[in-house]
Design a protein around this ligand. Structure first.
Ligand code: PRP
Ligand code: URA
Length: 209
């Protein structure tokens, strides 16, 4: 089974409190989503391999650590996943970025894929799939299945708010994927929204409602 991290840090809890508040406007909402992504990225990359490099400081020769040449990719699930990209890029600036577009059919809640553009060498990269919301789990599971079809073998999924049923489904359908969650919420309501949640993440990031 892949690793499951549920974040337990005061800075993340504080920032998630801000994005849950319906009074938080688009500018602050976007900033918080990006900052939370940065902190989750920091935690979920603890296992990246390092190598020794000899360098010279202004004072002496020494050995320092450097990330061991692993190729990384960030893949946001459109739209809301885009909000997490700046924070991820701040932590892993050499990562390439692919995009998978999905929307949930409002009646069935099933995801519909409408776009997929990935780095040409995606199968050689460790992939970070990002989406602030894991509700039924359908979008995340389908996006990860699409990446596996492209040959990806090392996939991590990072979200900010998860519903228990989405997390359970993701772990069941993709037991090899490492998952990082900001906070685990209570349940989904009758129209598939996470409770207490934060509403529609895409609309709040892009100001479309
Ligand atoms: C939201 C969210 C996830 C999905 C989660 O996207 O960003 O992609 O719903 O729900 P699920 O776990 O039940 O699949 P939405 O379909 O609203 O599209 P948007 O980001 O373009 O607004
Ligand atoms: N997508 C969202 O943006 N919010 C939810 O609560 C569920 C799915």
């Amino acid at each position: 089974m892949g690793k499951l991290i549920i974040m337990d840090h005061p800075l993340i809890k504080h920032k998630i409190g801000i994005i849950r508040d319906e009074r938080t406007g688009t500018k602050e909402f976007r900033e918080m989503i990006s900052e939370i992504a940065m902190l989750e990225c920091y935690e979920s990359t603890r296992d990246l391999q390092l190598e020794n490099v000899e360098i010279t400081t202004p004072i002496s020769n020494t050995t320092v650590k450097r990330l061991a040449g692993k190729k990384l990719a960030i893949v946001p699930i459109l739209r809301a996943g885009l909000g997490m990209v700046p924070g991820m890029e701040a932590m892993i600036p050499s990562a390439k970025v692919g995009h998978i577009g999905m929307y949930r059919d409002p009646d069935t809640l099933n995801p519909v894929e409408y776009y997929c553009k990935l780095p040409a060498d995606i199968e050689k990269r460790d992939v970070f799939v990002v989406d602030p919301m894991l509700a039924t789990g359908g979008s995340a599971c389908d996006a990860i299945a699409q990446l596996k079809k492209h040959g990806c073998q090392h996939i991590r999924f990072l979200c900010i708010i998860a519903a228990p049923q989405g997390l359970e489904r993701l772990q069941k359908e993709h037991p090899d994927v490492d998952i990082t969650v900001g906070e685990l919420d209570d349940h989904l309501n009758e129209i598939g929204y996470i409770v207490p949640g934060l509403g529609d993440a895409g609309d709040r990031i892009f100001g479309t409602k």
